[in-house]
Design a protein around this ligand. Structure first.
Ligand code: AGV
Ligand code: CA
Length: 312
């Protein structure tokens, strides 16, 4: 039987590639998609999602819903623009029409609907902030029993996260920082959590050798799609900057199809809901248990996603 997965993403290049790859996994059924305007603008991210389902979804009938959630700390505009670039790619616009359905409900309501009507438990993959899940839990606590587990790209226990913003001390990861209180709400639930934190995603930066590999194989339309998308964002060359791109969400999604790519261990953690460290996740005895992903086999990871992307 196929594993049912619900994806909530925030329209970045690696978010949209996550959707693309999830649709390629033979033992996965995509039960629905929610799009939240955190690290993106909503309209192009929703369009791009529906076009990816049409072009690469192998006929799967997947509904996309738009979020009405707003965060506490906005993402930089430059990063939010990426969804416009993906949405405009000719390969996603060749047919000139969009068929994948747009849900009537807002993303948090859509999540509740999909969970309630499912006979089996569903795995949640969140590769942006947790706001829609927190809102769903607040309005419909009964959904907890329908959730197999939550796989979340977010958080870090490193001294330095990836937030470089005024009035913050730099200890948080962005998805947690956008809405720290939502993280707290989810932490207060008893949902099982796999945490793909910066410790593991730092091991998979976008590098030139990866781009070259996709360029060399661009005759395959799926590999070309990877290459075109990752041409839009800055790779790691001489040293890491605030804009350097990692395969954060793609690693998260890859663990759905191939869990043995990563190593994880249980730790107990809390989140700072406010103040100069807001969004910081921290290991303490009084915290709630999470399965902390701290290491990835880099070579096996890139082989896996490149193989998944291949269409021929
Ligand atoms: O913190 C990582 C999260 C991931 O979900 N996002 C990007 C991924 O989709 C925010 C982010 C952090 N640094 C970034 C980000 C950067 N340099 N460019 C774009 N987004
Ligand atoms: Ca994301």
């Amino acid at each position: 039987m196929k594993k049912k997965v619900y994806l909530n993403h925030d329209g970045g290049v690696d978010d949209l590639i996550s959707l693309f790859l999830l649709l390629q996994m033979e033992d996965v059924e995509v039960a629905g998609v929610g799009v939240i305007p955190a690290d993106c603008y909503l309209e192009p991210a929703v369009y791009a999602s529906r076009k990816i389902i049409d072009r690469f979804g192998k006929g799967q009938d997947v509904e996309v819903s738009a979020s009405t959630s707003r965060g506490k700390n906005p993402f930089p505009k430059d990063w939010r623009m990426h969804a416009f670039f993906v949405d405009a790619l000719p390969i996603l616009n060749e047919s000139g029409k969009i068929e994948a359905k747009l849900a009537e409900e807002a993303a948090h309501e859509h999540l509740v609907k999909v969970l309630r009507k499912s006979d089996e438990k569903i795995t949640l993959v969140f590769v942006g902030p947790l706001t829609d899940l927190a809102r769903a839990l607040e309005t419909a606590p009964d959904i907890e029993e329908k959730i197999e587990k939550l796989i979340w790209m977010g958080g870090t226990f490193l001294e330095n996260g990836n937030v470089e913003e005024p009035e913050h001390d730099g200890t948080a990861e962005w998805n947690a920082f956008w809405d720290p209180e939502a993280v707290k709400t989810v932490w207060d639930s008893s949902i099982e959590i796999d945490l793909i934190a910066l410790e593991s995603t730092n091991m998979v930066p976008l590098t030139i050798d990866v781009r070259d590999r996709w360029a060399a194989d661009r005759r395959d339309i799926g590999i070309d799609f990877l290459g075109q998308c990752y041409a839009m964002v800055p790779p790691l060359v001489h040293f890491q900057t605030n804009s350097t791109y990692f395969l954060w969400d793609v690693l998260t999604t890859a663990t759905v199809g191939k869990p043995d790519l990563v190593k994880k261990k249980e730790v107990k953690s809390i989140v700072h809901p406010g103040g100069a460290s807001q969004g910081k996740t921290e290991i303490t005895e009084s915290g709630r248990p999470v399965q902390f992903v701290y290491e990835v086999n880099r070579g096996a990871f890139f082989d896996y996603i490149t193989g998944l992307a291949r269409q021929e």
